[in-house]
Design a protein around this ligand. Structure first.
Ligand code: THU
Length: 157
């Protein structure tokens, strides 16, 4: 028997420590929160994906009365990117959210399990690393690869 440990390395930054390109991507994610359709949760989420070409694609959560039929901001943005730019790898995704009072969350929010699986597919599909920026007005978290968020993932069969 062998006991093993997994650790992940990530970075915690203040918003004013961000590189300009990352700041712009986060601004795009914040902007996308405005297009959210969240009549049930009133929790508006925005995601912005920067492709290797520098093109930025955004998405927001879109809810549905039949709850599982809606989708999160991250999957909205990723599927839109895949539809419009099928041959371009995504390089970084930024995620931001507004709480039910409409304020940007102080703490970063993190993608749900289903979104992690979808984000990971892009890494497998393009053989790339997809960096993740989680925005909070008090702290931004930078994770070098989606695979860090989903250890022991189901990746192929
Ligand atoms: N949501 C996202 O869009 N992304 C996340 O990372 C977490 C949750 C959405 C789903 C639902 O519309 C609302 O936020 C409340 O869970």
């Amino acid at each position: 028997m062998t006991n093993k440990t997994l650790t992940i390395a990530y970075r915690s930054l203040q918003p004013d420590e961000l590189a300009e390109a990352d700041r712009q991507l986060i601004e795009a994610a914040i902007g996308a929160t405005e297009t959210s359709y969240a009549p049930y949760s009133h929790f508006r989420v925005g995601a912005a994906v920067r492709l290797v070409s520098g093109v930025v694609v955004v998405g927001s959560n879109q809810e549905n009365v039949a709850f599982p039929s809606g989708t999160c901001a991250e999957r909205c943005a990723m599927f839109y990117a895949g539809s419009r730019h099928p041959h371009e790898a995504p390089e970084t995704i930024a995620i931001a959210a507004r709480d039910t009072d409409g304020r940007l969350t102080a703490r970063p929010i993190s993608p749900c399990g289903a979104c992690r699986q979808v984000l990971l597919q892009a890494e497998a599909r393009f053989g790339c690393r997809l960096r993740v920026l989680l925005y909070g007005s008090d702290e931004v978290v930078e994770i070098p690869s989606v695979s860090d968020l989903l250890p022991f993932a189901f990746v192929s069969f």
